[in-house]
Ligand binder design. Structure first.
Ligand SMILES: [Zn+2]
Length: 331
């Protein structure tokens, strides 16, 4: 059975799995053992790291993304996204209630943080409209949260948005000035497989791979590669991707070589443009290769970790040269 968090995206995952998953699989047990409270703490820390890196990549590369939107830069959640075992812990830790969206992450440079929002806030209304908390007796539903998030996205698409927010016993009115961002969700999926993929609408990264990344810089190399598949239009979806997304006609990046080589190259530029230290990329790939026998040897569509690392070193020379000449970091 799929963990509940995955169920909402089961259709998307089915589509994605038909595509090429970038990073091959390897089994790596999660830490934090069987204690649900510790597991929730570990999962939350990963969610927040992924949110932080994704927000910077998405905002600093909006001009290159084919689909854009105005975004608060937050990550929202409800109890429905957690396994039955974690749900009571998530409810009490974050004050979650029914289908109302809770703030799981408001990264430091996000519009959400600028508006004063923080982890644990519960969004109860948008404009003058109360969000639907779902039936009190029914279990929280994926569809209910998705409908509330879509309502928020539509409001943000029009610009500055007033929200009613519950923080503990307090009821606050908060005004969010959304920022232009790439129009793709980033989804952290509980999985022991070291992989990430893009499906045209979302970026997926497994908990194992997010945990394998030892720094935000390493995480930015992984997510940058996946975002590059969107930027290069390798992954497309029949519509632009839901509430508030619009096509960015001026985005045009083309690449030579295989799709994976292109995504490695453009992804490194995307990470550098977001201010991450991309000099770690080659060493990261070598470490990844050493941890995973599957990437030590070239396969049908996979270059070996060593050849990818060498190619990334060459891209880094290109990035350094552009910086030295004072040129914009355009891939
Ligand atoms: Zn890829």
């Amino acid at each position: 059975m799929l963990p509940p968090r995955l169920a909402l995206f089961a259709v998307a995952l089915a589509a994605a799995s038909a595509l090429f998953a970038c990073s091959p699989a390897a089994v790596r047990p999660m830490s934090a053992g069987d204690d649900p409270s510790l597991r929730l703490t570990a999962l939350t820390a990963l969610d927040q790291r992924v949110a932080r890196v994704a927000q910077r990549l998405s905002e600093d590369n909006a001009d290159l993304c084919p689909a854009v939107r105005l975004s608060a830069g937050w990550t929202l959640h409800s109890a429905s996204q957690y396994s039955r075992e974690l749900q009571p812990h998530a409810r009490s830790r974050f004050g979650l209630e029914g289908d109302l969206p809770g703030v799981l992450a408001a990264p430091p440079t996000s519009a959400a943080a600028a508006a004063g929002l923080r982890e644990g806030d519960l969004i109860v209304s948008v404009g003058d409209v109360a969000l639907d908390r779902g039936s009190a007796r029914a279990a929280p539903a994926f569809e209910g949260l998705a409908a509330n998030i879509a309502a928020l996205d539509r409001a943000l698409a029009d610009g500055t948005t007033r929200l009613g927010v519950r923080r503990g016993e307090e009821l606050l009115s908060v005004s969010v000035q959304p920022q232009r961002s790439c129009g793709y969700e980033v989804q952290l999926n509980p999985s022991d497989e070291l992989n990430a993929r893009a499906d045209g609408r979302r970026l997926f990264i497994s908990t194992a791979l997010a945990g394998f990344a030892e720094s935000d810089d390493e995480l930015a190399v992984i997510l940058g590669h996946e975002l590059a598949h969107h930027v290069l239009r390798h992954r497309t979806w029949s519509d632009i991707g839901g509430a508030g997304r619009v096509a960015n006609e001026s985005a045009a990046v083309s690449g030579a070589g295989s799709q994976e080589q292109q995504a490695d190259r453009v992804g490194l530029f995307l990470a550098a443009r977001a201010g991450y230290d991309t000099r770690i990329a080659a060493a990261f790939w070598r470490r990844f290769g050493a941890a995973n026998w599957r990437v030590r040897y070239p396969q049908l569509r996979h270059a070996s970790a060593e050849s990818r690392a060498r190619a990334l070193e060459a891209v880094q020379v290109e990035i350094d040269a552009r910086r030295a000449r004072g040129e914009p970091l355009l891939p």
